[in-house]
Design a protein around this ligand. Structure first.
Ligand SMILES: C[S@@+](CC[C@H](N)C(=O)[O-])C[C@H]1O[C@@H](n2cnc3c(N)ncnc32)[C@H](O)[C@@H]1O
Length: 153
């Protein structure tokens, strides 16, 4: 299994990047004993708007990977549900690619073709914060799968 994060825009040094790096690092450490690989981050930058971004994202998407987009119109999952899905992809040796759009959002064709759309609520968040939130949820998922104390309900 491989876990890809394909994100429109380059995250420059600053608080969001520090948080993403921290959570992805924690995920990599927690995932080691769980058969979860570190996340491979690919940033996509184009000047051609949403359609050009869609082409660049399509190129970055590994063949056969489950395409999971982040979209406010998507499904709201609980953290344990998200952890269960991560565990199922791992157990099925399925690669997964999470996709976060840019300021204009994701191309409708990409949205329609996705295997799953995850929403972090009906409000629209800046894409850099969505990256932080996804990285945190990945770490939380690993903690849940490990039976660790980070996720308390
Ligand atoms: C600034 S938003 C773009 C909003 C755009 N108006 C649209 O219709 O998608 C940039 C990206 O952040 C992600 N995003 C923003 N809010 C989200 C939410 N509530 N849940 C999941 N992803 C979200 C999506 O991937 C989106 O493409």
């Amino acid at each position: 299994m491989r876990i890809h994060l394909i994100a429109v825009g380059r995250l420059r040094r600053g608080p969001e990047k520090a948080l993403v790096d921290d959570y992805l690092d924690r995920f990599a450490k927690a995932g080691r004993g769980l058969g979860l690989p570190p996340v491979t981050l690919q940033e996509v930058e184009t000047r051609g708007g949403m359609a050009a971004e869609a082409g660049a994202i399509a190129k970055a998407l590994p063949a056969g990977a489950a395409c999971v987009i982040l979209d406010e119109r998507g499904r709201q999952l609980s953290s344990p549900d998200f952890a269960e899905r991560i565990g199922a992809w791992r157990d099925g040796a399925r690669d997964v690619a999470f996709v976060i759009g840019g300021a204009d959002g994701l191309d409708p064709a990409l949205r329609d073709g996705a295997d799953l759309a995850i929403s972090f609520g009906a409000m629209v968040w800046p894409h850099m914060l969505v990256r932080v939130m996804l990285a945190e949820q990945l770490y939380r998922a690993a903690s849940i799968l490990a039976g660790g104390p980070y996720h308390r309900v």
